[in-house]
Write a protein that binds this ligand. Structure first.
Ligand code: UDP
Length: 428
């Protein structure tokens, strides 16, 4: 990097606001990723602006996180929450407001890192208008997601077209696991340039407390066998599989405890899923040993992970799955679905166990194997911690991204189009 302009970078995350509370409907891994990558890049000396859509009048337009890192909320459509599947039509306005922001501040971003397909469309227009380079992280691939759900949304055709176009045209795609790269190649396109740079976690925060201290702090019986879920309430997260697996556990009559952590809003999709799960828990007679503590802040989460004997990630599909590495960083083994990024983070028999998604019997057996053998459980937990230290710290992730940005910025700039502002082209 040899000039100040080149040190400036825009992270675009239209629907995943990096400055909001995590753990509620639609606020999950992407929000954490953008915020943590942004803050870690700022520590490395980059000037980072993270652009997202404003969803309420009460929200501040600019949130300063650290001297070189801020979130900027742009208007696009009515200032209210809109589910991501309905956002595409608002993107031209988002793009216009992004261009206005640049103009008012007297600079152009030489490189934008876009997140999720919606933002990728914005990045592709910027590439045309001002020759910004584009790095893109998918977070979720339509081609994979639509194989795991029954009702395909109307936006599917557009999404698939945009996802193919960005893979073929971005300067670089960041896959967060070899499994994600493989899906891009087999399901989206063989063209385009992909690097694998994983997601990360805060290895100082997760892993800072030991099990007994964590249990004392949370008021959990030191002798309990504690099974933990952390995440959004979404049918694709497979919480039902976990609940039914625990119901079948051979250790059920002992001191078994199940904690299902994550926020929900009554009347919203996550509230509906939470009610459904609570009903299953009640039907299976598990209410006396199952708790729903609600949304867990990033400050309290290290205690929950450390207190648990095993953390379960039963998703039907997971492009990466931050929860798995947060638990592993906290010395806690993970039982996860044998899918996507979880096949990359969890090493079976070494840092936890994998089970086929939605396979209640397999999950139950895996959970029991770990709970029944405390010494092995501890060995798995130690190896899990080591794996995260070696591969998945945010600092490591940010420095890999920084190297990628620097390399792309040094490559000869492509011809800048004569006009400075073209009308955005809608994807067909
Ligand atoms: N999370 C949280 N509080 C909660 C539930 C979840 O802070 O109550 C965080 C969790 O720590 C993780 C993220 O939300 O960092 C979930 O990311 P993941 O990749 O596991 O799933 P996604 O939500 O992206 O599908």
């Amino acid at each position: 990097m040899n000039s100040r302009t080149e040190q400036r970078i825009a992270l675009i995350s239209v629907h995943g606001d990096p400055a909001v509370e995590i753990g509620k409907e639609e606020a999950g891994g992407q929000n954490v990723y953008v915020r943590q990558v942004g803050e870690a890049l700022a520590k490395l000396g980059w000037q980072v602006e993270m652009f997202t859509r404003k969803v309420s009048a009460e929200q501040e337009t600019i949130v300063q996180h650290s001297p070189n890192c801020r979130t900027i909320r742009l208007e696009a459509g009515a200032v209210e929450f809109v589910p991501r599947d309905n956002l595409f039509g608002y993107l031209p306005e988002f793009l216009d407001n992004f261009l206005k922001f640049q103009q008012e501040n007297g600079f152009v971003y030489p490189l934008v890192h876009t997140n999720y397909w919606l933002s990728s469309w914005v990045g592709m227009q910027l590439k045309e208008i001002q020759a910004s380079k584009q790095v893109h992280t998918y977070h979720s691939l339509g081609a994979v997601k639509y194989n795991t759900i029954n009702t395909i949304p109307l936006i599917a055709t557009t999404r698939l077209a945009v996802e193919k176009q960005v893979l073929e045209t971005a300067q670089r795609i960041v896959a967060t696991s070899p499994q994600e790269e493989e899906h891009m190649r087999s399901l989206v396109s063989t063209k385009g340039s992909i690097d694998i740079i994983p997601c990360g976690t805060d290895i100082g925060q997760f892993g800072c407390v030991d099990r007994q201290a964590a249990r004392a702090e949370l008021g959990i019986d030191p002798e309990a066998k504690l099974v933990l879920y952390v995440g959004r309430f979404d049918p694709r997260k497979g919480i039902e599989t976990l609940v039914r697996a625990v119901a079948e556990s051979k250790l059920r009559s002992g001191k078994l405890q199940l904690i299902i952590g994550g926020g929900s809003r009554p009347g919203h999709s996550d509230g509906i899923e939470r009610d459904r799960i609570e009903n299953i828990v009640a039907e299976l007679g598990m209410s006396d040993f199952t708790t729903f503590p609600g949304r867990l802040s990033q400050e309290i989460l290290p205690y929950y992970y450390a207190a648990a004997d095993v953390c379960v990630v039963p998703s039907h599909y997971e492009p990466f799955g931050l929860v798995a590495i947060e638990a592993m960083a906290s010395h806690t083994p993970v039982v996860a679905s044998d899918v996507g990024g979880l096949q990359f983070t969890v090493v079976p028999e070494e840092t936890g166990l994998l089970a086929p998604p939605q396979d209640v019997a397999a999950f139950s057996a895996a959970i029991d194997r770990i709970l029944a053998n405390p010494q092995w459980r501890n060995e798995l937990g130690q190896a899990a911690r080591k794996r995260v230290e070696n591969k998945f710290s945010w600092e490591g992730v940010a420095s890999e991204l920084a190297q990628l940005y620097t390399q792309l910025l040094q490559e000869k700039a492509e011809e800048i189009p004569e006009e400075t502002h073209k009308e955005p082209v809608l994807a067909s």
